[in-house]
Ligand binder design. Structure first.
Ligand code: S3P
Length: 435
């Protein structure tokens, strides 16, 4: 499907981003192995989280979807051997977190994914799980999916992650729940901590600080937990950047998670001079939540790198859009991980924003973005990457003329209502869908 978008004269209103994708994956996986039933409200409507749901159903878990984003999950003491190959679709979180779980189950599983997921690195997952005693193999000399996993009794390990990756950390922690002895995971910088928060709330013994996490497996199973899942800050970020760069904007983004390990985009926008306010701060389901209001802002370019990167890793293409509209230069470093996301997000962002008139250079681990203060409509592609499709949609709102985005339907991976919300906030029928 292609999406045609014209620059809009005003951007106003309220929006509630979809339920957080990372928390939704974790909530449904961990409740599947808890003893009892849990009710999850505001579960992410994206295809990625429903890939996790489909895999868990194949493992015998009863998950009932009610209207209005509510799921009920009936935890199982023993998962069942799947009768067919599990399919994680486009979702690396599904594949990596479930691999940690499957490594400890007494049966054989095979898990695959779409073409993009089958090209993403899995050696970094296989290595620590094998150190725990897992029998796990992958294509390409144990570096790629599909993965074959024959469950085994695992041992706790002490392991330093080669990259700050919440998916890797979480896979090890989930495997560690079933291991003999404690597991210690160290990260080079803090990545999102939703797994640790949820495990603690469900009764697991998880200790440690930002970069060193200790899990001591207990004899008791996890307690199920009812949750209202906060809005996804990675989805909210599209409206925060749109509001900041548009000359006539005021947007309220409601009920958004502002976990310190996820809110790098807020820090960067504030540092760039954004008129961004944080209201009604509260804790919901063990996670900090707030309403965010953004207004048209005069942004300045900044240097972004180091330990803030994992806290905004998915928002970097959007920061490149903000940098294009800012005064001065924005430099993004230490973000080589972007090259192994749904697509090579450094290369794809540079290529597609250049088509819209951005002055942007590729670095091995980031980008240099010269503020051109204006973009022009053009023809571009999502590279089948949901976040890139939405980033280009936001750039199109301030571009002169019409922008055509090919393969725009991929937004469904994380934010199926994105084009609808965009149309609503622009207050005009400036979208045309084809194909
Ligand atoms: C995620 C972690 C991040 C992020 C991804 C979701 C998660 O990847 O890019 O979209 O839910 O754990 P890392 O494994 O690089 O942290």
């Amino acid at each position: 499907m292609e999406q045609r978008i014209k620059g809009c004269s005003v951007l106003r209103g309220e929006v509630s981003p979809p339920g957080d994708k990372s928390i939704s994956h974790r909530a449904v996986i961990l409740n599947s192995i808890a003893q009892g039933r849990a009710r999850l409200e505001n579960f992410s409507p994206g295809d990625d989280c429903f890939s996790t749901v489909a895999c868990l159903r194949q493992l015998g878990v009863e998950i009932i979807e009610e209207s209005g984003g509510v799921l009920t999950v009936s935890g199982l003491e023993g998962l069942k051997e799947p009768r067919d190959v599990l399919n994680a679709g486009n979702s690396a979180t599904t594949m990596r977190l479930l691999a940690g779980l499957l490594a400890a189950q007494p049966f054989l599983s095979i898990i695959t994914g779409d073409e993009s997921l089958r090209s993403r690195p899995m050696g970094r997952l296989i290595h620590p799980l094998r150190l725990m005693g897992a029998q796990i193999w992958g294509r390409g000399g144990d570096s790629l999916a599909p993965l074959a996993i024959k469950g085994n009794q695992l041992q706790g390990i002490e392991y330093r992650l080669p990259v700050a990756s919440a998916q890797l950390k979480s896979a090890i922690l989930i495997a560690a729940l079933f291991a003999q002895g404690k597991t210690i995971v160290e990260e080079p910088a803090p990545s999102r901590d939703h797994t640790e928060r949820l495990l603690r709330a469900m009764g697991a013994k998880v200790e440690g600080d930002g970069t060193r996490i200790i899990l001591i497996p207990g004899p008791a199973p996890l307690r199920p937990i009812d949750l209202r899942i906060p809005g996804d800050i990675s989805s909210a970020a599209f409206w925060l950047v749109a509001g900041a760069i548009h000359p006539n904007a005021k947007i309220k983004v409601k009920d958004t998670g502002i976990n310190p390990t996820r809110r790098g985009i807020i820090e960067v926008l504030l540092d760039m001079g954004a008129k961004l306010s944080i209201e009604r701060e509260r804790i919901e389901g063990g996670e900090p939540v707030a309403d965010l209001t953004i207004e048209s802002s005069d942004l300045v370019g900044r240097q972004i790198g180091g330990s803030i990167i994992p806290t905004l890793i998915d928002e970097i293409p959007l920061i490149a859009v903000a940098g294009s509209l800012a005064r001065g230069t924005t430099i993004i470093r230490d973000a080589a991980e972007l090259r192994v996301k749904e697509t090579d997000r450094i290369r794809a962002t540079v290529r597609e924003l250049s088509r819209l008139g951005a002055d942007i250079e590729e670095l091995p681990d980031g980008m240099i973005v010269h503020g051109v203060r204006m973009l022009k409509g053009g023809e571009c592609s999502s590279h089948l990457d949901h976040r890139l499709a939405m980033t280009l949609g936001i750039a199109a709102l301030i571009a002169q003329g019409e922008t055509v985005i090919h393969d725009a339907e991929v937004v469904a991976m994380s934010y199926p209502a994105f084009w609808h919300d965009l149309e609503r906030l622009t207050g005009q029928q400036n979208l045309k869908e084809r194909g």
